[in-house]
Design a protein around this ligand. Structure first.
Ligand code: SAH
Length: 258
C-alpha cells in the first residue's frame, strides 16, 4: 500500500533562545518522525524534540560542498516518501540564506509538498537583542540583508551601490571577510567613522556585542575572538542607537546626579 505523504516542513528555529520559536515550529518539531537539523540550531531547541523522534544532524559549518547538499535533499525525499513526517530545521529563518529555497525546489521537484515555517532571522532579532532597531526612521529608510560570503554559485553584493544606498547593512557570514568588505565599502564612498555594531551568538548564553566604526572593525574583530562566528555586522547609523547608547545616557545621568 502506498503511504500517505506529509508535506516536508522547512522550519525556522530562530537565533537561539527556544522562547523565540513560533508555536507552529514547536508543533511541527513535536509531531515529527525525523528532524534534520543544521549546526547553528541551539541545543535548547533540540531538547524540545520528543524521544520518539529521530534527530539527524546534517550541518556543515563553513565550506558547503554540493554533494553534501544533495545528500541532505535525497535523505529528506526518501524519508518523506516513506510516509514519515519530516522537519528540516534551520537556524533563524529557513528562507534567509542557508539554502531553504534550494531545498524547497528539490522537494517540489521530487513531487513532495513543502510547508515553510518562518523563524526570527538573526539579522533582525540579533541587532534587536543589542538594542538596535535596524530600520529606525531617524537614521535610515530601510535595511539590506546581505551575505559576506556568497560562496560557489552565489552572487556577490555590489558593495559600492550598498555604500551609497543609505540603507542599514546587516551582513551575515561577514566576519571572516572583514577586510574585503570594509575595503569595498570605503571604495564605494562610505565614511570610515560609520558606526558598525557586531552582535555575536545573539539570543544564546554566549551573546556578545560591541560597537566600532568601519575603519576600526577589523582590529576589533582581531582583538575579540569571542565576536567571531556566528555573528552579524550592522553597518549604519542605527548601530550607535544600541544598548550602549542607553548605557552611556544612564552613566551621564548618574554623573549629573552625583
Ligand atoms: N537562516 C539564518 C542565517 C543562516 S546563515 C537566519 O535567518 O538567521 C549563517 C549566518 O547567520 C552566520 O554566519 C551569522 O552571520 C548569522 N547568525 C546565525 N545565528 C546567529 C546568532 N545567534 N547571532 C548572530 N548571528 C547569527
Amino acid at each position: 500500500m502506498t503511504p500517505v505523504l506529509h508535506p516536508v516542513a522547512l522550519v525556522g528555529a530562530g537565533p537561539g533562545d527556544p522562547e523565540l520559536l513560533t508555536l507552529r515550529a514547536l508543533r511541527r518539531l513535536q509531531a515529527a518522525d525525523v528532524v534534520l537539523s543544521d549546526d547553528l540550531v541551539d541545543a535548547r531547541v533540540l531538547a524540545l524534540i520528543g524521544p520518539q523522534t529521530r534527530l539527524l544532524r546534517v550541518g556543515k559549518r563553513g565550506g558547503c560542498i554540493s554533494t553534501d547538499q544533495r545528500f541532505i535533499e535525497e535523505l529528506m525525499v526518501r524519508e518523506a516518501r516513506a510516509g514519515r513526517r519530516v522537519v528540516r530545521l534551520k537556524g533563524g529563518d529557513p528562507f534567509v540564506f542557508g539554502r531553504g529555497g534550494e531545498e524547497a525546489d528539490a522537494l517540489r521537484a521530487a513531487g513532495l509538498a513543502v510547508e515553510v515555517v518562518s523563524g526570527l532571522t538573526a539579522g533582525i532579532a540579533g541587532p534587536a537583542a543589542a538594542g538596535i532597531p535596524v530600520t529606525d526612521r531617524r537614521c535610515t529608510p530601510g535595511v539590506a540583508l546581505v551575505t559576506g560570503h556568497s560562496g560557489e554559485g552565489g552572487r556577490a553584493p555590489d558593495w559600492a551601490a550598498l555604500a551609497r544606498s543609505g540603507l542599514t547593512l546587516v551582513v551575515y557570514m561577514g566576519v571572516a571577510r572583514c577586510e574585503q568588505i570594509v575595503a569595498a565599502l570605503r571604495e564605494g564612498g562610505m565614511c570610515g567613522d560609520m558606526p558598525v555594531a557586531v552582535v555575536a551568538a545573539a539570543h544564546t548564553e554566549r551573546q556578545q556585542q560591541a560597537l566600532s566604526t568601519l575603519d576600526g572593525l577589523c582590529a576589533l574583530l582581531a582583538r575579540e575572538p569571542g565576536l567571531g562566528s556566528p555573528a552579524v555586522l550592522v553597518i549604519g547609523e542605527v548601530g550607535a542607537l544600541g544598548a550602549w547608547a542607553s548605557a552611556q545616557a544612564e552613566a551621564a545621568h548618574q554623573l549629573r546626579q552625583a
